[in-house]
Design a protein around this ligand. Structure first.
Ligand code: AMP
Length: 129
């Protein structure tokens, strides 16, 4: 069965999209640890990051770096944290989290955002890509 992220890539499920190219998509995490929490996802559905072919892994890091720099430019934060987990969604993704506090790297720490907030923040990040 297709992963939830493959469904997003195929347009079957909506997302707040930040960036997309031939190989990757970036969109906001729907249940963010902090405002601007973004997921960078390869379009190829692979379960674990270390199972990615090396060239695609390196391209994912390049894509994530570009998105992370745009997040840093847009959202006041001390730095953008990066994490790879995948215990909930078995489709490779890099979490990019604008951080002001260590607790924002704790996945039990969540913030709520309205639809309007997600949309306006997505537009602001896109302008800094
Ligand atoms: P993990 O697999 O543990 O790295 O976590 C998966 C992440 O995907 C969680 O932070 C979820 O909030 C996020 N997530 C799950 N479904 C969606 C969705 N439909 N759109 C955006 N983010 C999602």
């Amino acid at each position: 069965m297709a992963s939830v992220f493959t469904k997003i890539i195929n347009g079957e499920i909506p997302c707040y999209k930040i960036a997309e190219d031939d190989n990757f998509i970036a969109f906001f995490d729907i249940n963010p640890n902090a405002k601007g929490h973004t997921l960078c996802v390869p379009k190829l559905e692979v379960n674990k990051i270390l199972d990615l072919e090396e060239a695609l892994y390196l391209k994912l890091m390049q894509f994530s770096r570009k998105v992370g720099i745009a997040l840093e430019k847009t959202i006041p934060c001390k730095r953008v944290g990066m994490a790879v987990i995948g215990l909930e969604v078995p489709h490779v993704h890099v979490h990019l989290i604008p951080l002001n506090d260590m607790k924002e790297m704790t996945f039990s720490h969540k913030v709520s955002m309205t639809d309007a907030e997600f949309k306006s923040l997505a537009e602001a990040v896109q302008k800094n890509l």
